[in-house]
Design a protein around this ligand. Sequence first.
Ligand code: HH2
Length: 281
Amino acid sequence: MILPWHIHGNAHDLNHRGKVMGIVNVTPDSFSDGGRYLDHGRAVEHALQLAAEGAEILDIGGESTRPGAAPVEEAEELKRVLPVIRALRPQTQALISIDTMKATVARAALEAGADIINDVTGLRGDPDMPAVAAASQAGVVVMHMTGTPRTMQQQPQYQDVVAEVTAFFQERLRTLEEQGIAPERIVLDPGFGFGKTLEHNLRLLHALPAMSTLGRPLLVGVSRKSMIGQLLGDPDPAARDWPTVALTSFLRELGARLFRVHEVLPNVHALRMTEAILGDG
Ligand code: HH2
């Protein structure tokens, strides 16, 4: 039984129906689509297209977290994402998520109408982030990452990756509750590719059913990631869209409920088909 996700007072029941989160990278350097939506008008148009294709969440990001990515100044990140959120808000019913590691960016995004804070550091990167989240009723994505984007793929090591990520989730739920963020507001993400080898990623994927027992919805972000390229021996990120769709279907069956993807429509179709077969549709 997966407990609902509370966002701004609304309880989203994900037991029978998962949601697709469409990626809108307002960046020059994201790994698969850097530069395509740096222009605000194009980013908004793209986001609305993803919503029309069935994305119920739009994840707006102004700083690439690909391995080795350089950090972005706060002012620059704000300049990239805020106009997009402000323009989008009155035009869509979709939930808007801000993909940021910075508390000031999260706060400004919430003021501009965002509903969810998606922080790849699990709210550990910026000491002010828990307070910003606690002062709101926004949904929160807590992702696991070892190290920082600049360093994370330099020989990641774990004794037992599944046990360590699970313990991290438990610690985060406990600590964030003490800091005023109710567990109902949180969803958990193992952070595929963030300080993990191919083997670590595969172990974590395999362990999704076990991690579902924490009671919180699981979000997965595997779209176009290098693990797919490694498995298939194809370096072209665009060739990873169909393998991503296959994973959406399979990972829904394994217990994931939220799917962060670049290509929305086929993933929505895969999700609805799988849910129909599971008898949950
Ligand atoms: N992956 C990326 C960025 N943000 N957030 C969550 N919760 N989970 C993820 O797996 C995740 C994330 C990296 O993907 P992308 O946005 O396509 O690339 P970049 O970071 O280069 O902009």
